[in-house]
Ligand binder design. Structure first.
Ligand code: AMP
Length: 430
């Protein structure tokens, strides 16, 4: 199904073709016709499915169909997103779609000065993309009004709830007196989500594509059982041996991210960080370096990496298994996109086996297990023995969980790894 057959304005069709969009993705095929008719939508779709265009194109077309002069401080459409990165990304996509029209879009989110955003809001804006907290600040200062809101979207609604935005959402909704056409997009559904959907949507049309995407043939899932303390070594080894060029690595804690950055550096692998302690500008710079191939690895925590659009990403690594099985789905949504082959690689220690089971239940199939030679997890007896054997614990610099390995042996190993990584990278550039 092509965009030109969808009765979109020629300005939009032209912009979409410049974006390289030819055919509608499944979520677009399902959601766009309903949304164009003005229905509320409840969509089960994750990042990477083309959901941004699925909710924004029908809005943009309807805004063009009913042109209005802008009222100061007012927005006709509001898109709420959980993170700054996602808000910026949605606004950028919409800017790409409307560049041949007279419509306007603005993004407002925390981490940047309020004053720089006030100017954008002053003359009114057609489409406003916002994170809930910053939107409330602007509403309180009367920098923006939702008095005439016609369209409302909740993107990645599950993450907004996970991040505790429910009371912010209630505050925002209390200020909406019109009955906007409302769309809610979420990768997962919980009782709390169903309650929210029940409160804000009127007879919604249901659209679902998440399952197809998760089990997409284009994603090869693989699990490496490994002891926790060997994970960073194994990551360097896999990156080097398999010559992975662009790897997004998920960790559960900022501390792990910082540690891993240092370890990869020692192995000669350039990595950047994307976690909550980093300023907005630093995160953006890291993302740019990663996208441009200046950094081979981006180490990210779930919240910071939420919704990031990184095209054609070949490898996603779960260095830590996520706490929630649903987050596995979010994380690997960055790979295998738009028909590209992707690899979802998970490092699983003994304690993470339970999460792995839950993930397998969620995605509906078991994941192939590969034991990497030299990294086979120690059996339980050996672990207990090791916990009681002082030498291994006394020497904290020891890089492996084999007490007989000396620092000297480790340094040699690391030097060998560095050389291998350098040679392979050089070889592939030729
Ligand atoms: P999203 O799920 O909205 O984050 O979109 C994922 C990626 O797919 C983005 O890079 C979009 O630009 C791209 N995309 C969205 N719709 C299409 C389409 N119909 N054809 C090709 N690429 C698309």
């Amino acid at each position: 199904m092509s965009f030109s057959s969808q009765n979109f304005a020629p300005e939009i069709v032209k912009a979409l073709s410049e974006c390289g969009y030819e055919k509608l993705t499944p979520v677009q095929q399902k959601a766009i016709p309903f949304a164009r008719k003005g229905h509320d939508i409840l969509a089960n779709a994750q990042t990477g499915t083309g959901k941004t265009a699925a909710f924004s194109l029908p809005i943009v077309q309807q805004l063009l169909d009913k042109p209005k002069t802008k009222n100061n401080h007012q927005a006709r459409a509001l898109i709420l997103a959980p993170t700054r990165e996602l808000a910026a990304q949605i606004a950028q996509s919409i800017q790409d779609y409307i560049k041949y029209t007279s419509l306007s879009v603005a993004a407002i989110y925390g981490g940047v000065k309020m004053s720089s955003q006030v100017n954008k809001l002053e003359k009114g804006v057609d489409v406003l993309v916002a994170t809930p907290g910053r939107l409330i600040e602007h509403l309180e200062e009367n920098n923006v009004s939702l008095a005439n809101l016609e369209f409302l979207v909740f993107d990645e609604a599950d993450r907004m709830l996970d991040m505790g935005f429910i009371s912010s959402i209630e505050t925002i909704m209390a200020g909406v007196s019109t009955q906007p056409q409302t769309m809610l997009f979420s990768a997962t559904f919980s009782p709390q989500m169903n309650k929210l959907a029940g409160e804000i949507l009127k007879q919604p049309k249901r659209v679902s594509v998440a399952k197809e995407n998760v089990t997409a043939d284009t994603i090869a899932h693989v699990v490496y059982p490994v002891d926790q303390e060997r994970k960073h070594e194994m990551l360097s080894e896999l990156i080097g041996r398999k010559n992975w060029k662009q790897v997004l690595v998920f960790v559960n804690y900022k501390e792990t991210a910082n540690m891993l950055l240092k370890e990869l550096k020692l192995d000669g692998i350039k990595a950047v960080l994307c976690h909550g302690d980093k300023a907005q500008s630093a995160r953006r710079r890291a993302l740019d370096e990663f996208k441009e191939g200046k950094a081979r690895v981006m180490i990210a925590t779930d919240v910071a990496a939420r919704g990031l659009d990184i095209k054609d990403l070949p490898h996603v690594v779960n260095f830590d298994m996520p706490f929630l099985a649903e987050d596995y789905v979010h994380r690997i949504g960055r790979t295998g996109r738009a028909g590209q082959k992707g690899h979802a690689v998970s490092f699983v220690n003994r304690d993470e086996e339970l999460t792995l089971q839950q993930v397998e239940q969620l995605i509906g199939h078991t994941i192939r297990r590969v034991e990497q030679a030299g990294y086979e997890p120690k059996n339980r007896d050996a672990l207990i023995q090791k916990m009681h054997s002082k030498p291994a614990f006394k020497n904290r610099k020891t890089r492996t969980n084999n007490p007989s390995d000396t620092d000297q042996g480790s340094a040699e190993k690391r030097a060998r790894l560095r050389n291998m990584i350098k040679n392979r990278a050089a070889g592939s550039k030729k």
